[in-house]
Ligand binder design. Structure first.
Ligand code: ADP
Ligand code: ZN
Length: 746
């Protein structure tokens, strides 16, 4: 792993002596930082962004700290190349560098791959391009003047908009004046406007001094406690309160206090679709929008945000999990909302759990972190029980709202009619709610029309050509789709197996099919389907929220995208079409996840004056998950789950590491998987399960085998796994993916 292409040995001139050796971490999957020489007059210090040669390229990296455990061999001074330049970007603060190292060693990822997440928008590191703004010239007429034929109403508005204000970017000016871009361009041509070089305005600062709503006594206690924690360094607090308790209002108080103290605050949300309502509430509370961070934003927006974060100008940032790697220099508070959400687990690239890594970042920075949930994860509740985290409770819904009543509908006793999915009690309840002018929601975590299409003549099932998965019919889009790889085709006329024509049958329901049934039952109701197919990004999400708030939707039919976070005051009835769905397959967390999801879904009902009701269609009303939901006895459910995990040595009482071997050539994949199996690590508190075909045995044309290492909690698994994998040397066509603390077992 030598640095390629070093220049020939040079004579040690006076200049050479004035150089020193520095380590530079490059955002590439290399074993560790590389050594370079840097002129003393560059005054490089750890954290500085520099340009350094790598082969024939020049790469931007970060000056890293010296460390004893170097992973790359030490090159002789003569073979080192020179750092080219130092960038003008604020240096990466020490806690972030420690964080990058920590995440890399925990997840068994090269540190450069983690650094790349921190430097995610490379354009942010290039010198900012000059930007130009418009201002009026002396040639421009007075906007109040009359008689000038060239002074159209649109041009008047543009001149008015500029009066007394600073120069504005052309697009901004057009938007403000309510005119098209061509109007502004025309005025530039006329010489009425001119362009002046300007700097990008810093993002608006949320006002921490604004007074929020009057809090209830419980809310006040919780808020005060969070605010107090800001002064005392690292601490993890679970903010545990029923849906609608005002948890958001409570942690807004902590954000306000952090802003007042001159600190930056980071809020992680599991899904962008959730953020529309959240952003609106934040802007109302703080008088300015927070900075936003997620992968749907255009590169230019992310570049500006990255710079604003690094420069300390962005004081509050809300984002998806990747926001955790942004270079905040003055981070003072982290909030992880809906901390139990599995969306915080990043499954490809660097595999990490953003909630767990957020706790690490808070610890390394010496700041408090708040985990927020109505249905905390078992990991977190065990940490509370064992005294590592503290908990604040909000037992009641805010104001007059009460928790929804949850009932099970036993599908064995009151089944739906043939080829229908809504049982009579649910139909009746829906009818009554719509009759009363209230909103209702049907929840089914399945996109499309039907999850399976088969040939009635021969029984052949339509399957994805490159995955072990059925094709899902999306009737509205007129396609069959693979939900794993994105493959799509139209419904064939003939069965590919027996040639029978038009004999296909749709099996099972998706949201589109439930919508079809609901439309037949309630033809007058305004019904809308909301899934990730219909919500493409933040704009469509907020448009949907507005339609729902304006009561333009009577019956909402949706997947988990509508299950969480939203607050719709007029929604009183929630029907869960298939409450058993998540329990099938049964991985380690199936029960816990089903409980959390259905509790969240039910929690959408009755969030204001009118009481809410949730009906769960199930074939097993006696199942502990259904019992816990109906009785509202969360403590008992958690105690049972905890006991079972403890007995089995499963997380959080034991450790798991998943290894997936994949490749296009099945024989090669098997060979490597068997070799891993043979060289498995041994030890009293270690156990290796597999290799076995993964449930998704073929994905995107790649064959997959899984191994699972199970260890006692106090075992440090990383060195064991590192040694184990170092012993097998897979060909480049076979990939080994390591997942520490896996959440997905497909
Ligand atoms: P949670 O985050 O616990 O689900 P929210 O913070 O969303 O709860 O609160 C539910 C609703 O009640 C929101 O519309 C919120 O603005 C309102 N609310 C909560 N607490 C208060 C309060 N103290 N004063 C006024 N409105 C409140
Ligand atoms: Zn596929």
């Amino acid at each position: 792993m030598a640095i390629p292409e070093t220049s020939s040995p040079r004579q040690a001139t006076f200049d050479e002596a004035a150089k020193r050796r520095v380590r530079v971490l490059l955002p590439l999957p290399l074993a560790g930082p590389y050594d370079y020489l840097a002129a003393e007059n560059l005054h490089l210090r750890p954290g500085d962004f520099v340009e350094a040669p790598l082969g024939k390229r020049s790469v931007i990296g970060v000056v890293w700290d010296d460390a004893e455990d170097r992973q790359t061999p030490e090159l002789t001074r003569e073979r080192l190349r020179d750092v080219e330049s130092r960038l003008d970007t604020p240096p990466l603060a020490t806690p972030i560098r420690r964080f990058v190292d920590w995440v890399a060693s925990y997840t068994l990822t090269p540190p450069g791959a983690v650094l790349r997440m921190t430097m995610s928008v490379s354009a942010a590191l290039e010198p900012p391009r000059p930007i130009f703004a418009c201002r009026a010239t002396p040639a421009a007429p007075d906007p109040g003047a009359s008689g000038d034929r060239k002074l159209t109403a649109a041009r008047r508005r543009v001149l008015r908009a500029l009066e007394g204000g600073p120069p504005r970017l052309p697009a901004e000016l057009a938007r403000e004046a309510g005119v098209g871009g061509a109007v502004v361009r025309g005025m530039l041509d006329l010489g009425w406007l001119e362009l002046v070089g300007t700097k990008r305005a810093p993002p608006p600062t949320p006002d921490g001094g604004r007074v929020g709503p009057t809090l209830s006594a419980d809310q006040r206690r919780a808020a005060d406690s969070l605010v107090d924690a800001l002064a005392s360094g690292f601490a993890v607090t679970l903010l545990d309160g029923v849906t609608g308790a005002g948890k958001t209002e409570v942690y807004f108080e902590a954000i306000a206090a952090a802003v007042r103290a001159g600190k930056q605050a980071l809020i992680l949300l599991p899904e962008i679709a959730l953020s529309a309502q959240w952003l609106k509430r934040f802007a109302e509370r703080f008088g300015a929008a927070p900075a936003e961070w997620h992968s749907e934003l255009p590169t230019s927006a992310r570049r500006n945000t990255w710079r604003a974060v690094a420069a300390g100008e962005a004081r509050v940032l809300v984002g998806a999990r990747s926001a955790l790697f942004l270079p905040f220099p003055e981070l003072g508070l982290i909030v992880v909302d809906e901390e139990h959400e599995s969306a915080f687990k990043q499954e490809d690239g660097v595999v990490y759990h953003a909630r767990d890594m957020a706790v690490v970042r808070a610890r390394l920075t010496g700041i408090p972190i708040v985990l927020v949930s109505a249905t905390p994860s078992l990991e977190t509740t065990v940490n509370v029980d064992q005294g590592r985290y503290r908990a604040l409770h909000l037992p009641d819904r805010h104001g007059v709202a009460s928790l929804p009543q949850i009932e099970a509908i036993d599908l064995r006793r009151t089944p739906p009619p043939r080829r229908a999915w809504l049982a009579p009690p649910l139909r009746d309840a829906l009818g009554a709610a719509l009759e009363a002018g209230e909103q209702a929601m049907l929840f089914l975590n399945r996109r499309g029309y039907a999850p399976l299409t088969l040939c009635r003549a021969c029984g052949h099932r339509l399957q994805c050509p490159s995955c072990t998965a059925w094709l899902v019919e999306h009737r509205l889009a007129g396609r069959l789709q693979c939900h794993h790889c994105g493959y799509a085709s139209s419904l064939p006329r003939e069965c590919p197996a027996c040639g029978a024509e038009e004999r296909f049958a749709a099996c099972g329901p998706g949201v589109e099919r439930v919508a079809e049934e609901a439309t037949a039952l309630f033809p007058a109701a305004r019904i809308e389907i909301i899934t990730s197919d219909t919500i493409g990004g933040p704009a469509t999400a907020s448009a949907f929220v507005e339609r729902m708030e304006a009561r333009e939707i009577d019956l909402l039919i949706g997947t988990q995208i509508v299950a969480k976070g939203h607050h719709f005051p007029a929604l009183t009835l929630v029907g869960v079409v298939d409450a058993d769905l998540g329990l099938a397959g049964g991985d380690l967390r199936a029960g816990e996840r089903t409980y959390q999801l259905l509790h969240q879904v039910a929690g959408r009902a009755g969030r204001a004056e009118r009481p809410g009701r949730a009906l769960l269609q199930t074939h097993m009303p006696e199942h502990p998950v259904m019992q816990a939901l109906v009785s509202g006895d969360r403590a008992r459910f958690l105690a049972t789950e905890t006991a079972a995990r403890r007995r089995g040595g499963w997380p959080p009482f034991g450790r798991l590491v998943a290894i997936v071997v994949s490749g296009a050539d099945e024989a090669e994949v098997d060979r490597i998987a068997r070799r891993l199996g043979k060289s498995r690590p041994h030890g009293g508190d270690l156990q290796v399960l597999g290799p076995a075909p993964a449930p998704l045995a073929i994905l995107r044309g790649r064959h997959r085998r899984r191994l699972l290492l199970k260890a006692a909690r106090d075992v440090q698994v990383q060195p064991i796994v590192r040694d184990w994998l170092a012993g097998v040397d897979p060909p480049s066509s076979v990939r080994l993916q390591v997942d520490i603390d896996p959440y997905s077992f497909v």
